[in-house]
Design a protein around this ligand. Structure first.
Ligand code: NAP
Ligand code: MN
Length: 250
């Protein structure tokens, strides 16, 4: 087994990382791991997925929570001994789909969401769904989330929290500036086969995806859809989605 670790930088996290390295059977292989341990919170999971985005089909993620929220994290620090001593069924996997988006043909992925926005000005653009001109937007931006990203930024914008296993994308127009001539439908939940096309009219804008962003100028076309690419997490059967909702939010 070849493994790698993506971790935050604090005392507890460092001690767990050391424990894994000193006790796990296998070779540390940062470039080509079969297993990636994440030690941290959801932010650390997002970083690890970004780092191994080219290896998602081969890699299983074992996620240990030393963060604050932990919707992606399946295990706690006290579970590390069981993992090291192989008391976990390595075939027990839960998979979350990514979103894929392309900006003028350049393809990229996100696990939580992709956001198109401008600071100081309105983000203006035309949104098409499967070839239908659906709406013209003037707003702070447009966010499109995965089901697993629904508990992050999407939730702050009053988007629906989505259960695991549903294959859909959720689009929200952020702070729409609506007039009689320009109305929007938002939030909008679309099935996994739909393609959203955004034609930005703003000269420059940011594309944020998970913890990253790129500023673009003069873009013709953006397309967004649910990807066939998935992230595979080792699952902890004592955890489930309703339990996590209750623990973290209610
Ligand atoms: P970050 O600090 O890692 O993330 C911000 C917070 O969101 C952290 O507390 C993180 O949990 C939590 N989080 C991340 N993914 C989640 C999920 N799927 N469900 C529930 N909570 C989740 O990173 P950042 O660079 O600041 O931003 C990355 C993320 O922040 C984006 O993907 C976006 O969803 C979110 N964001 C939210 C708002 C908002 O709510 N107004 C605005 C911008 C961005 P941990 O503490 O466990 O890491
Ligand atoms: Mn942050």
């Amino acid at each position: 087994m070849k493994y790698s670790i993506v971790a935050k930088d604090d005392g507890l996290t460092r001690s767990i990382k050391r424990k894994i390295i000193e006790n796990i059977e296998g070779d540390y292989d940062e470039a080509n791991p079969d297993i990636v341990f994440t030690v941290g919170g959801d932010g650390t999971v997002l970083d690890a997925v970004r780092k191994y985005i080219h290896l998602l089909e081969e890699v299983k993620f074992i996620t240990i929570n030393t963060g604050n929220v932990g919707f992606y994290t399946e295990f706690l620090p006290e579970d590390v001994n069981d993992i090291i001593n192989k008391r976990c069924n390595m075939d027990n996997i839960i998979s979350y789909p990514l979103i894929e988006f392309s900006v003028d043909g350049k393809l990229n992925y996100a696990l939580n969401e992709v956001v198109f926005s401008v600071t100081h000005h309105l983000f203006e653009g035309k949104i098409k769904v499967d070839g239908t001109d659906l709406m013209d937007v003037r707003s702070d931006g447009v966010i499109i989330s995965t089901p697993s990203g629904s508990t992050a930024y999407n939730k702050s914008l009053k988007g629906a929290v989505v259960d695991r296993g549903l294959e859909l994308i959720q689009l929200i127009v952020i702070a729409p500036f609506e007039t009689a001539k320009g109305r929007v439908i938002s939030p909008l939940i679309l099935n996994k086969n739909r393609e959203v096309i955004i034609k930005p009219l703003s000269n420059y804008f940011d594309v944020s995806f998970d913890r990253n962003f790129i500023t673009y100028q003069s873009v013709e076309n953006i397309s967004v859809r649910l990807s066939n690419k998935k992230v595979n997490f080792l699952k902890n059967n004592t955890q489930n989605f309703p339990k996590r909702l209750k623990e973290k939010f209610i």
